[in-house]
Design a protein around this ligand. Structure first.
Ligand SMILES: [Zn+2]
Length: 493
C-alpha cells in the first residue's frame, strides 16, 4: 500500500473516532505527513478502512524511520506513535462529554466507549499485554490466576545510555498525576499525548478515571486523586470506594494498603484500582459468620482465603462505611504478641493497615477488608507477613492489591527459568537456577513426570507456591492457633 493511502486511511479512522469532521481532512493529512517526514501526498482512495489504527500507525512509523525523523530508539518511536494516535483521540472535554452522554443511558455503555477508545489509540498496550503468560492454577482456595509479566520489554543498552544523558525533570510529578494527560513524554518517561482522563467527583473532591496501559485483567482501571498526595487509608477511602461502585456498578474497586512492604508499588499518589473482572477472592466463600453488635444490618464473616479477610455485606452504604472504619481502627491498635502481631513499635511507628476491596453483589454492597502487618524480624528481615525465603524463588515482591485478590503477577525471569525447571524434571540437559533446585526435587519425588504433563505439573506447583506466598502474607494463619487468634480479634469488635 502506498504511504499516501495509509495516511488517507488513518485520517478516515481519525474522523470516525469522533474528534473531527470531514472538513478537517486536508489539515489532518498535512499534519500527518509533516510528522512522518513526507513532503507531499499523491492521490489516494477515500474508502472503507478494514485495518486497525494500530496497524496503520505501524506503517506510518516505519516510514518515519525511513525518513530519519526517528531513529530505532523505542522512546522516540513511542513519542511519535502517541502524537499520531492523539489525532485518533478526541480532546479531553469531548471524550468526557461522550462518556457522560453514554452514561446517561447506561454506565456499561460509558465504560465500553472509553475502554474501546483507549485500546483503539494504543494507549492500552494490547499487543504487549498479549505477550504475558497466563494460566489458572487449582488450589485449595479455588482457581488462582497466574501471570508472568512479559508486557514491558527489557530496555536495550542504547535506550539506557540515552536516558542517562537526560536532565532530571520533575514534571509530571508522578505517573499517576493528572498532568500526564497529553504529555509528550521523554527518553525516560512514557509518551502520553493520546492519554485521556474522565473527570469524576467523589464526595466533593476531583478525581480522575483512566485505564491502565499494561492491564493485568479485563478493563483494569485506575481512579486517581487530582492532588498528588500520598496513599492514605481513612474513613473517606471506604466512602469513595462505595461511591465508585455505585457509579460503576459493573466494576469492583480496591485500594492498596498505605504502608511499605504491604502496599503496592506507588505509595506517593493516592489512587485506587478497579475493573470488570471477578477475582478468585470474590468467589471465595465466607467460612465463619460473626456479629457486629453495633451494626445489626451488616452481615460479617471471615472469608476462606489464605490471607486474613473480613467480608462485610449490606444494603446501606453508611452502615458499611462505619463498620469498615470500626474494624480498621481496632486493627490499627491490635496486638497479639503470641502470633508476632504488633500494632506499633516502641517509637510509635504504625505497622497495621488494611487492603480494602469493594464490589456489588446483587442488591448488596460488599466490602472485603484484608488485615495487613508490615513488621520485620531478625528471622524475616523482608517482612514477617511477606513471602518467606523458601518461596522467594517464585515471588519476592510486595503483595499488593492484585495479588491479595488471587492474581499473581510474576517477574519475567520466570519464563526462561520455568522452562529449565521442566527440562530438569524430564532429566534433559538444563540450566536450572540453584534457587529452584529444592522445589524441583520435591516435585520430582511426588509426581510421575512425563513429556505430556510436565508443563501442567510445573504450573500447578507455581500455583501452590503462590498460595503459600499469600498464606505468608496472612496475619492469622490457617492453623488452630491462628484461627483462635482471629476469633480473639473478632471479639474486640
Ligand atoms: Zn502524582
Amino acid at each position: 500500500m502506498s504511504i499516501s493511502q495509509t495516511v488517507k486511511d488513518f485520517i478516515t479512522l481519525a474522523i470516525q473516532s469522533g474528534g473531527w469532521m470531514e472538513m478537517d481532512r486536508l489539515y489532518l493529512e498535512n499534519r500527518v505527513i509533516a510528522m512522518i517526514g513526507e513532503n507531499s501526498l499523491s492521490k489516494a482512495e477515500n474508502r472503507m478502512v478494514s485495518e486497525s489504527a494500530v496497524d496503520l500507525v505501524d506503517q506510518l512509523l516505519t516510514q518515519a524511520e525511513k525518513n530519519q525523523v526517528i531513529t530505532g530508539l523505542q522512546a522516540e518511536k513511542d513519542i511519535l506513535e502517541a502524537q499520531l494516535m492523539d489525532l485518533m483521540t478526541p480532546p479531553p472535554s469531548v471524550v468526557n462529554a461522550y462518556f457522560a452522554q453514554y452514561y446517561s443511558k447506561d454506565p456499561v455503555q460509558a465504560t465500553d466507549y472509553f475502554f474501546k477508545l483507549s485500546k483503539n489509540n494504543d494507549y492500552i498496550k494490547t499487543r504487549e499485554i498479549a505477550r504475558n503468560i497466563i494460566f489458572p492454577a487449582e488450589t485449595e482456595y479455588g482457581e488462582l490466576e497466574i501471570t508472568i509479566n512479559l508486557s514491558k520489554p527489557e530496555k536495550d543498552p542504547k535506550q539506557i545510555a540515552a536516558e542517562r544523558q537526560m536532565k532530571k525533570v520533575d514534571y509530571p510529578e508522578c505517573m499517576l498525576c493528572m498532568e500526564n494527560e497529553g504529555y509528550k513524554g521523554r527518553m525516560n518517561y512514557p509518551a502520553r499525548t493520546n492519554h485521556r482522563i474522565i473527570r469524576m467527583n467523589l464526595e466533593g473532591e476531583s478525581w480522575g478515571f483512566q485505564y491502565s496501559p499494561y492491564a493485568y485483567y479485563n478493563e483494569h482501571c485506575i481512579i486517581l486523586s487530582e492532588e498528588h498526595r500520598p496513599m492514605k487509608i481513612t474513613k473517606a477511602t471506604f466512602r469513595r470506594l462505595l461511591k465508585i461502585i455505585e457509579v460503576l456498578p459493573h466494576y469492583f474497586v480496591g485500594s492498596n494498603a498505605d504502608l511499605p512492604i504491604v502496599g503496592g508499588s506507588i505509595l506517593s499518589h493516592d489512587h485506587y484500582q478497579g475493573g470488570r473482572h471477578t477475582f478468585p477472592m470474590a468467589l471465595a466463600e465466607i467460612e465463619r459468620n460473626f456479629e457486629l453488635k453495633d451494626y445489626p444490618n451488616v452481615k460479617a464473616g471471615i472469608v476462606k482465603w489464605p490471607m486474613s479477610v473480613i467480608r462485610l455485606q449490606g444494603k446501606n452504604q453508611e452502615d458499611l462505611i462505619e463498620a469498615s472504619q470500626l474494624i480498621f481502627e481496632k486493627w490499627q491498635n491490635y496486638s497479639d504478641e503470641a502470633l508476632q502481631i504488633v500494632a506499633k513499635t516502641a517509637d510509635g511507628t504504625p505497622h497495621h493497615t488494611i487492603t480494602p476491596i469493594a464490589r456489588r453483589k446483587d442488591d448488596l454492597f460488599e466490602m472485603d477488608l484484608v488485615l495487613r502487618d508490615n513488621n520485620v524480624s531478625e528471622e524475616f528481615p523482608d517482612g514477617i507477613f511477606h513471602p518467606h525465603p523458601d518461596v522467594q524463588h517464585i515471588k519476592k515482591e510486595n503483595i499488593g492489591l492484585i495479588e491479595v485478590m488471587g492474581l499473581a503477577v510474576l517477574p519475567p525471569r520466570l519464563e526462561p527459568e520455568l522452562k529449565e525447571v521442566e527440562k530438569y524434571l524430564l532429566a534433559e540437559k538444563n540450566d536450572i537456577a540453584d534457587y529452584h533446585l529444592e522445589w524441583a526435587e520435591q516435585l520430582k519425588a511426588n509426581v510421575h513426570i512425563t513429556q505430556e504433563n510436565v508443563t501442567h505439573v510445573v504450573q500447578k506447583a507455581v500455583g501452590a507456591v503462590f498460595a503459600r506466598v499469600l498464606e505468608d502474607a496472612g496475619v492469622f494463619k490457617r492453623d488452630v492457633e491462628g484461627q483462635e487468634g482471629f476469633t480473639r480479634f473478632i471479639k474486640t469488635l
